[in-house]
Design a protein around this ligand. Structure first.
Ligand code: ATP
Length: 368
């Protein structure tokens, strides 16, 4: 139930944690099985001091297990967890200096917001006056000074999650762990809290690991995003790089939208696709049939009475509209166009689809 664990040194009064005080966190060769289920299978990953590192991946890929290992709630079968180069694998959870916020608000229902925030300090024997001052400072930090006396049931989900964040920061953790902290909130509150958490995290300079299965959340908040797959690291990179230069087809399709278009091998480093011959970005699979992976914004589309593609559907996204387009061979692809342009391509209309003359990402065709 407790969302925070105590670091060893006593908390001095003052800011939640000093800017630039972020720790380096390293997972080295982490393995963990639960019966026949493999949760982690050799996870290697480093969080840099002060960065917000998002752990992103499909359900069951081991994100939460990795986070719990850092918190000390879970232990690896093999491998180690290091903070600032020191192996903490055998250190008890309450001595690790991590603060955690969970998906469910997990506040103590019988304590006020201020008492919830001060709880860990009380456990650690901090005097009443200092506790109260510190709780007030932290509630102020998360914009809730005016709700200090409220009980959890008297607060909205977003407010409760802010209190949980203040509580996690109260003990000046060296590392902040956020496990899907926004997923129980409605869309608007979620967006507001994203920005708040990010601003706070940057102001405090606290190394933060953020578990989410929401790629938009990961891309919009993180300094770097680690994509996990079946208990291993698939790729870690800054959001823009992950999106533009995915290392694998798995990352390409997990992060953002991708369409697959059948392609033919052409020489050792090119493919023939949509009537053009294009260089391959990365490796060309040695054998098998091929698909090119294309982002919706990369496709060029134009209305064309003699075009062999057909617009099948349109979904309005604001400034852009995403069209679903059927190619001559029956393949369906997604194309994002400025909404004004998309207006000239109503559902049912014929069109021409083309690719820009740039290297393309290629993957083995999947058997349906
Ligand atoms: P999600 O996004 O669904 O929360 P996740 O990536 O966080 O998934 P984990 O919670 O780390 O995944 O779980 C990884 C795998 O280990 C899953 O198959 C899960 O069912 C299993 N697992 C995790 N904890 C336990 C446990 N205590 N007992 C048995 N199996 C577990």
């Amino acid at each position: 139930m407790t969302a925070t664990t105590a670091p060893t040194p006593p908390a001095p009064a003052g800011p939640a944690t000093a800017a630039g005080a972020g720790a380096t966190v390293e997972f080295r060769g982490l393995h963990r099985r639960f019966g026949a289920t493999v949760a982690l299978e050799g996870l290697d990953l480093t969080a840099r001091p002060g960065e917000l590192l998002a752990l992103l991946g499909p359900s069951g890929c081991g994100k939460t297990t990795a986070l719990r290992m850092l918190a000390g709630f879970e232990h690896p079968d093999a491998g180690e967890v290091l903070v600032d180069g020191k192996d903490i694998t055998g250190v008890a959870a309450h001595r690790r200096g991590t603060g955690m916020v969970f998906q469910s608000y997990s506040l103590f229902p019988h304590l006020t917001a201020a008492e919830n925030v001060a709880f860990g300090l009380r456990m650690r024997g901090t005097g009443k006056t200092q506790r109260q001052r510190r709780a007030a400072e932290l509630l102020d930090l998360v914009g809730l000074a005016h709700l200090a006396g409220r009980f959890p049931h008297q607060m909205s989900g977003g407010q409760q999650q802010r209190v949980a964040l203040a509580r996690a920061l109260a003990l000046q953790p060296r590392v902040l762990l956020l496990d899907e902290p926004l997923s129980a909130l409605d869309a608007k509150v979620r967006l507001a809290l994203r920005e708040e958490i990010r601003r706070l995290q940057q102001d405090l300079g606290i190394t933060t690991l953020f578990v989410t299965h929401d790629q938009e959340e990961a891309l919009s908040m993180a300094d770097r995003v680690a994509v996990l797959r079946a208990g291993r690291l698939e790729q870690v990179a800054a959001p823009a790089q992950l999106y533009a230069r995915p290392a694998t087809a798995f990352v390409a399709e997990f992060v953002g939208t991708m369409s697959r278009i059948p392609a033919a091998r052409s020489g050792t480093d090119r493919v023939q696709v949509l009537g053009v011959r294009l260089p391959v970005d990365g490796d060309l699979p040695a054998d098998g049939e091929l698909d090119v992976l294309v982002r919706p914004e990369a496709l060029r589309m134009s209305a064309d009475p003699r075009g062999t593609a057909t617009v099948m559907g349109a979904s309005f996204l604001g400034a852009t509209t995403r069209l679903t387009v059927r190619l001559a061979d029956g393949t369906e692809v997604k194309a994002d166009l400025p909404t004004d342009t998309a207006a000239g391509l109503p559902v049912g209309s014929p069109a021409t689809v083309a690719l820009p003359d740039r290297p393309v990402l290629v993957d083995r065709r999947r058997t349906p």
